[in-house]
Design a protein around this ligand. Structure first.
Ligand code: UD2
Length: 307
């Protein structure tokens, strides 16, 4: 079995690649290394790695024809709401057009895939008050990022139904764990907190810290993706989260306890476009026999101690 992982040198992608190799898959990665690194891939010597951009349509078309993967996991993205507001055309090309073009090539060459999995985001739910977010909750995508993710979901599912392709979409909540790049202010807050604690740097808290998130450890995310593959789930959207709501103050407190250190915290204004409260219903995942192995304290401890 051969799997193509776009964004396979990135944070979540590289963990998925590790798992696929360990499960006996032949793995092909496409990554432009904008946020990822080949050193993230544990078994890089066993993986075919193309340093290329998913927006290079000719390249992607040729890749499909040459490699003919059985499974495609589309994780390449510019995963920043703020970036999408700054440069919507560029983020649209990656977060939407590249996925659409790949689907279209699959359809045209009638590639007999076993699963096409697109990774979307909790961003599609926007800031509506109802919680927890179920897959059939109302959506309110407002940023170019969220709109691209939602529009792409619709295409992925419609292509699945219309052209009989086994497609599926997942919505990631706040994923954390090793290899998350802390270099941008829009990197995951836990990668920034780790960086601040390890290097005795002050942490900037946006808002009063009462905002809540559903933090999920990357190993649980990979487990969820694998269950979706094993159960051959298709034509559906599935939340990937822990199902627990935690405030930012709460997680900072817990992480300081684990690290045995006190952070210097600088207060700043709440970010524009911020979601106040976020937590997922993970009923659909649970029906695939998903159980979290990494409750927050355990996941944070593992993250703090390193891989
Ligand atoms: C997450 C996703 C984003 C999008 C969004 C949809 C990540 C990394 N980002 O953004 O791609 O899907 O959900 O709603 O998963 N914070 C600080 N100080 C910092 C950094 C962050 O106080 O230095 C706060 C931030 O204002 C927010 C919380 O921490 O309230 C979480 O921030 P984040 O960037 O990790 O994730 P989020 O939920 O904004």
């Amino acid at each position: 079995m051969k799997a193509l992982v776009t964004g396979g040198a990135g944070f979540i992608g590289s963990h998925l690649v590790d798992h696929l190799v360990e499960s006996g898959f032949e793995v092909v990665v496409v990554d432009n290394l904008s946020m990822g690194a080949i050193s993230n891939i544990k078994y890089w010597e066993q993986v075919t790695i193309y340093v290329a951009d998913v927006c290079d349509d000719q390249f992607m078309q040729q890749l499909l024809a040459d490699e003919r993967p059985d499974y495609i996991y589309f994780l390449a993205a510019i995963a920043s709401v703020a970036d999408s507001i700054e440069r919507p055309a560029e983020t649209h090309a990656v977060n939407h057009t590249a996925v659409f073009n790949l689907l279209e090539h699959i359809r045209q060459i009638r590639l007999p895939i076993k699963q096409f999995l697109f990774t979307s985001s909790a961003a599609v739910y926007g800031n509506l008050p109802e919680l927890p977010k179920r897959e059939d909750s109302r959506v309110a995508p407002v940023s170019p990022y969220a709109i691209d993710k939602y529009a792409t979901e619709r295409f992925v599912l419609a292509y699945g139904e219309l052209y009989d392709l086994p497609t599926v979409c997942v919505r990631f909540f706040n994923v954390y764990g090793p290899r998350q790049n802390p270099s941008s202010p829009y990197s995951g807050v836990l990668s920034i907190l780790t960086d601040c604690l390890k290097n005795q740097r002050p942490f900037t808290l946006f808002g009063d810290g009462t905002q809540t998130r559903d933090f999920v450890y990357v190993s649980d995310v990979i487990k969820a993706l694998w269950l979706i593959t094993e159960h051959r789930v298709q034509h559906q959207v599935i939340n990937i989260a822990n199902g627990l709501e935690t405030s930012l103050n709460g997680i900072i407190q817990m992480y300081q306890e684990i690290a045995g250190q006190q952070l210097e915290i600088k207060q700043a204004e709440q970010r524009g476009g911020e979601v106040d409260h976020s937590v997922a219903s993970i009923g659909k995942l649970a029906r695939l026999n998903y159980k979290s192995e990494w409750p927050l304290r355990r996941g944070l401890t593992k993250y703090w101690e390193g891989e």
